[in-house]
Design a protein around this ligand. Sequence first.
Ligand code: ZN
Length: 350
Amino acid sequence: MLSLRHALRLFAILYAIAFPVQAAQHINVLLYHHVSANTPPATSVSPDTFAGHMQYLHEHGYQVIDLGQALSLIQAKQELPANSVAITFDDAWRNIYTNALPIMEEYNYPFTVFVNTDPVDQNNGMAMTWDMLRDIKQRGGTLANHTRDHDYLVRKADYNQQWLADTLANIDFAQQRLQTETGSTPRWLAYPYGEYNQALKQALKARGYLAFGQHSGGIAAFSDWQALPRFPAAGPYSNLKTLRLKLASQPMPVDYQALPDTVIRLDQAANNPPTLSVKMLQQEKKGVRDQLRCFILGTAQTPTWQSQQHWQVSAAQALPSGRSRYNCTAPVWGQNNYYWLSQQWLVYKH
Ligand SMILES: [Zn+2]
C-alpha cells in the first residue's frame, strides 16, 4: 500500500523529471545612477519608472540575486537560477536612499552601490552620508568602489608609471575609506564613465580587483573579469520595450580577453574608426552567423566573417571625440533570445 508520504515523494520525483529546475550560466546586471524625477534625464529614472522595472522583473520570472553570490557561482562554474539579474547603482546619490531603497525592500531585492568616497567624506548634500551607507549595508545592500573622486582614469597624456601609481592610489584610497567606515568591502571597482585601458585592467587584476564598465552585456565564466559589462537602464535605456530584450539576452560567447584596447587617440587617425575583431568560442551555425549585426552610431552594420569563428566590424566613419559603442547581437540558435556583445570606445585628445 502506498502511503501518503510515499505518494508525495513519488509525485515530487515525477514533477522534477517533468519540469526540471532551470538554471543558467550567466547573469545580466542593470546599472542605474539617479532614481529621481529632478536629476539629469540621461542618468536618471523616475521613482515610478524604477518601480515599474522592479515590478517587471518580479512578474516575469526574473530572480534578482546578490551580485557577490552570482559572481562566486559563475567563477566556480556552478549554475545560477534561471533568469538571474543583479541591480547596481553608481555614485551613491542620496536619492537612492530615499527613493530606491524602499522599492528594493518592498521586493526584498539585494543590490550594490558603487561609491565615490570624497563626496561622502565632504558631506556635500547630494551623496549619501556614511550613516546612510552603513544603514544600506545593514539592510542587505553591498557597497563597492567607484574611486574617491570620479575622475577620468585613462584620459591622460601618458600611461606611464606615475599615472598608474596615482590611479591605483586613488582606487586604494576609496577602498580603504569604505573599509574603515563600513567594514568588509569586496574588491570590486566600477570604472567612472566605464572608461579603462589594458594597462589598468592588468594592474587591477594583479591587485585582486574585479572591475565593471558601462558597456552592455551579460556576465559569464568567459567574461573579462576586469571589464565586466552591465546594461545601463536609465535615461534613454529605461524603456521596457528595449530593456526586456536585454534582460532576456545572453552574453555572446567570445574571447573577451582578446578584444582590442578601448582607447583611441584623436591624433592617431589611422586607428579611427577602430576595428572590432572577435573570436567566437564555438562554431556557430550559419543561421546565427548570417544574422549577426552590429549597431554603430545609429546604423546597423553587417560584420565580415573571416572564418567560421572569426569576424570583424568597424564603423562606416571615424568615431567622434568621447565615448561610442559598438553593440552586436545574433540570435541564440533554437531560442527566442539574443546573444549580446558590446565594446565601448574612447576617442580623446589630450
Ligand atoms: Zn559614476
